[in-house]
Design a protein around this ligand. Structure first.
Ligand code: A2P
Length: 266
């Protein structure tokens, strides 16, 4: 590729994939799609380690796969950190560029780590929406749960666009549209830019506004499951909130009523 010459050989034991498309949402957020290695297996909601072939020892960062397990491409949703070891370069990728990816996918935000229930609440901030973009496009989610509530809180209105487009596209999706019909509710808020609904999700749930806005019964471990993805502080606070409501953290070896994954930046 003339635009981005590979100055370093591709390391052994990693996939070398091609960028298919890039979409910039704001000066802080962008999404991109890459080719999918034939042999990659993952569960919707898991993450992979990705890097760029721009150093002898490439920097790898964990990225939740935002596309569902059945998709023939891989999608990611990323922050742009001006001096981030990976994202300062990653934010400049163009179609045709090479992305490195380690072979193994893993993670805790998977359906099998939750016991069955009626309602699934996906609580996200910023790029933490990525694993839910995968799960929302997976038919298994709708086989397991009757209704899915996706909350997405960002600093600014423009940062909400990725999730709004995602949910709007579900209904028209030829593969998933029939499952999602009327069964997904998006709940947005901003914390820094003035918008129709403001506040952190912890505050909105805490005050009860979340329930009155949606006209739903309060969170209840008898009927509900929670998945949480966002920054370190957000995870800590939402996890505490879930535990205070009687939810218990689950894993693949011991499925229970909520799961947590940190959103990865760098
Ligand atoms: P705030 O603007 O009040 O910090 P970021 O882009 O920094 O990851 O933040 C994404 C969103 O997550 C912001 O709206 C931010 O609100 C919110 N947030 C940050 N910390 C927490 C927390 N501890 N609990 C809930 N939401 C949080």
């Amino acid at each position: 590729d003339a635009a981005t010459p590979l100055q370093f050989p591709i390391p052994a034991n990693v996939f070398a994939e091609k960028v298919v498309s890039v979409k910039h949402y704001t000066d802080r957020l962008f999404s991109f799609r890459i080719t999918r290695p034939q042999s990659l297996r993952f569960r919707s909601g898991e993450f992979v380690m990705i890097g760029l072939p721009n150093a002898e020892k490439p920097v790898y960062r964990a990225y939740s796969v935002a596309s569902p397990a059945w998709d023939e491409e891989l999608e990611f949703f990323s922050i742009k950190v001006p001096d981030g070891p990976l994202t300062q370069h990653l934010q400049k990728i163009q179609p045709g560029d090479t992305i490195l990816m380690r072979h193994k996918a893993t993670g805790t935000l998977v359906l099998d780590a939750l016991t069955p229930a009626k309602r699934l609440f996906m609580i996200s901030t910023g790029t933490g929406i990525a694993p839910f973009a995968s799960l929302l496009r997976d038919p298994d989610t709708y086989e397991k749960f009757e209704h899915v509530y996706l909350t997405h809180t960002c600093r600014d209105v423009a940062e909400l666009a990725y999730g709004q487009e995602l949910v709007a596209a579900l209904a028209e999706d030829p593969l998933i549209g029939e499952f999602t019909n009327g069964r997904v509710t998006l709940y947005n808020s901003t914390t820094r830019e003035t918008s129709e609904r403001m506040g952190r999700i912890t505050a909105l749930v805490g005050s009860g506004k979340f329930y009155t806005d949606l006209g739903i019964e309060p969170l209840n471990p008898e009927t509900d499951r929670i998945m949480i993805c966002g920054s370190m502080h957000m995870l800590k606070d939402v996890k505490e909130m879930a535990e205070s409501l009687g939810f218990v953290e689950g894993s693949l070896s011991a499925p229970a009523t909520f799961v947590v994954e940190r959103a990865f930046v760098g």
